[in-house]
Design a protein around this ligand. Sequence first.
Ligand code: GDP
Length: 461
Amino acid sequence: MSETFVQGGTIAAIATAVVPQQGSVGIVRVSGAEAIAIARTLFHAPGKQQWESHRILYGYVRHPQTHDVVDEALLLMMQAPRSYTREDVVEFHCHGGIMPVQQVLQLCLEAGAKLAQPGEFTLRAFLNGRLDLTQAESISDLVGAKSPQAAQSALAGLQGKLQKPIRSLRTTCLDILAEIEARIDFEEDLPPLDEADIIAQIEQILAETTKILATAAQGELLRTGLKVAIVGRPNVGKSSLLNAWSRSDRAIVTDLPGTTRDVVESTLVVGGIPVQVLDTAGIRDTADVVEKIGVERSRDAAQAADLVLLTIDAQAGWTPADGEIYEQVQHRPLILVVNKVDLVGEIPKFSLPDTIHRVVPTAAAHNHGIDALEEAILDAVHTSNLKAADLDLAINQRQAAALTRAKTSLEQVLATITDQLPLDFWTIDLRGAIQALGEITGEEVTESVLDRIFSRFCIGK
Ligand code: GDP
């Protein structure tokens, strides 16, 4: 895709979601040297409207030869460099749905534009220096955000909250490198190297690196969400629990079609963390005895889950069948939900496996206990060292990998200094750290890395 850019050219794509019979507006975006010429061939703006940058024109998109009107639309023209890509950009704001935008896109392609690759607009913005790589990745995160907090964290990245500290660490490394290299080249003319100072500076960078790295788990949680499996015997109240949970105030529910026929998935938001709930209650009462108590289904759901809610019936207590399910899921972080507590006066003291630490009583049918359940989930998440507290910074896996490489290189520099190795050796690892930090912001990046990052974007972004 970046090759496409190197070849230049004008690109076009539908920038909005294309859904039949839905969406009141659909946008076709065109970027490149020919964008405005293409707009002029296709768009007819009646009256005395001026074709000026950053102004909206009202009119019709017409077939350039037949003059058949394809849509009534608005046209927004943004001349370089004041545009998303820093190239000339035009946007046709058409009617929504499928036909108007597709026909307008088709006309743009016939007029000489190429269909944009996924992320190609943002790639151009990056290559033209409008965004660094951390900001480009934040845009993709923002589009894919599944909770307000995830969106907020992405926005912070877009505003440069990650770019700034990484750039500053890299600059410090470059300064140290310059100091050392000067000693290699002109040793006699300069005062001796202040070793203690260099060590202190590197230790400072390492401390900062460790701090930023610690946000990776949180970043992952905000990006992908927490997968929670509700498991348990039939009729203990798993579906009721999910229903009660989905109805509670804090929950934002998006129903997703289950990925397997036995599991229903819903997405909720708990304490800012997107939570994907895998409910195994879908299928029941097969002839198979093992399947009947839900053992296999529970095992499969737990396999995919970050956290398991093992649900039991308060009246029945801890039964051998519950124990059998527990066997299958106990390798995962787990909360025991004792449901139907309304049916028992007081929660009876069961003898539970002593590996179970978190127990939450609920009466799902009466919407009781959901708050406590959410608290227990957040507590479990915190304990596993994942928290959604500082939303200013949350790095992704690629950034974490590069930062870890930078850290290793810097630790190596310290070891080299301690071992009193010649200055040439110091610079090798320092360069490694500089390279790794540069990969995060995109100051040093290969085409294959760019392809990997931008191919994950949607088309038109
Ligand atoms: P599942 O098979 O585990 O999904 O269980 P369901 O959610 O379908 O519930 C089984 C039965 O237990 C239904 O008749 C529910 O109304 C009932 N039930 C669920 N939760 C409670 C509860 O907290 N208290 C009482 N009394 N009944 C409940």
